[in-house]
Design a protein around this ligand. Structure first.
Ligand SMILES: [Zn+2]
Ligand SMILES: [Zn+2]
Length: 375
């Protein structure tokens, strides 16, 4: 579809300084006047298209700026595609005046509703979420029936014009309002807007034009994805009726809990446990990381509740740079059961220990330290 070369402000009949509200008002007025289902003027459709395009550009700060500075050429180089107007944005404006059916604007027979979106889920583990993974996701989707090619009619059988709507696919109703006279359009209930009557439904799809098929989709899950986030795969959803454009698939990603880690945003938390003798004497321990394992050297006198931070060992920032932290909480294991010999040795140790052996007590500071570790 070609872009109009006419000035967008001129098309809407507003000045270059027009406010957002003025632009919206001008557009509404013109849309009511020019909508092809309302206007009989021969050039209404073309003018309507131009006005929609102008509104699409001028109603968004980003494209309006681009247009103000560089004109049509700026929009083209900025990737704006005229004619690919997102009617979703205009839905509220249109439905307010014309009813939902006007949105599709198509003539009878050319109406090709988009297929519905569908949802699928995929479950991955935390390590996969950290590195990104590609998964085959199974789902069931309606696809265009191969036997009738979406027609819904048995090959070779006749398709006639729907008598209820005379093939237009619509039923029209004239209403008056403060804006003037409107033709309100409804989809023909007899033929669901197709304008056709199928004499002999396709044996494969029973006239639906679509059949349900089991499919799989290789979904690329980016590193750093969060539990419950969805990945949209365009055009892989249900096929539209009569061969219309397919909807999208929304794949929800679920992350299985990992017993070694707790995730908090992009940071992950782990605990490391050492015996009270290891804590006193110092030890080198292997701690689990998202990469596998890492040696952690703990000095003599390591206290329970101490937090070791490994920078850059957390989850990658989704679609960003860098990674979160891995925070390791030190837990010290105290013997629960002692035999006589061990008890004797500890008593003997105790006789040789004094306040200097233990150093300064943490007191209430330990609680504050723990609290700050969890942001
Ligand atoms: Zn069929
Ligand atoms: Zn009909």
């Amino acid at each position: 579809m070609a872009t109009t070369d006419r000035d967008y402000y001129e098309l809407l009949g507003v000045g270059r300084e027009a406010s957002e509200a003025e632009i919206k008002r001008a557009f509404r007025r013109l849309a009511r006047e020019l909508h092809p289902d309302v206007s009989d003027a021969p050039d209404a459709q073309e003018r309507f298209r131009e006005v929609v395009e102008a509104y699409e550009v001028l109603s968004k700060t980003e494209t309006r700026d681009l247009y103000d500075r560089y004109g049509h050429a700026g929009l083209r180089s900025g990737g704006f595609q005229a004619g690919h107007v997102d009617f979703g944005n205009l839905a509220d404006l249109f439905s307010a005046f014309f009813g939902d059916d006007m949105l599709f604007g198509g003539r009878a027979g050319s109406r090709r509703a988009r297929g519905a979106d569908l949802a699928a889920t995929v479950e991955i583990d935390l390590v996969e979420a950290a590195h990104g993974v590609t998964r085959e996701v199974p789902f069931e989707a309606a696809v265009t029936c191969a036997r009738c090619e979406g027609d819904g009619a048995e090959p070779g059988s006749e398709i006639t014009v729907c008598s209820t709507c005379a093939g237009t696919g619509r039923l029209q109703q004239v209403t008056r309002s403060v804006f003037g006279e409107f033709v309100r359009t409804q989809t023909c209930p007899e033929c669901s807007g197709t304008g056709r009557r199928i004499e002999q439904p396709c044996t494969e799809c029973r006239g639906a034009g679509r059949v349900v098929e089991e499919r799989t989709l290789a979904v690329e899950i980016p590193p750093g994805i969060h539990h419950g986030q969805q990945i949209r795969v365009g055009g892989e959803g249900h096929a539209g009726p009569l061969g219309g454009r397919a909807g999208d698939v929304y794949v929800e990603v679920r992350i299985r809990p990992d017993e070694r880690f707790v995730r908090e945003g992009d940071d992950i938390y782990t605990t490391v446990e050492l015996t009270f003798t290891q804590a006193a004497l110092g030890a080198t321990l292997a701690v689990p990381t998202l990469e596998g394992e890492e040696e952690l050297e703990l000095p003599p006198g390591t206290q329970p509740g101490e937090i070791v931070v490994l920078r850059g060992r957390g989850m990658p920032v989704l679609q960003g740079h860098g990674r979160g932290e891995q925070r390791i909480l030190v837990n010290v294991r105290v013997p629960r059961r002692l035999n006589d010999e061990q008890r004797r040795l500890l008593r003997e140790f105790d006789e040789h220990a004094d306040e200097r052996t233990y150093g300064k007590a943490e007191g209430g500071g330990l609680f504050a330290k723990l609290k700050s570790a969890f942001h």
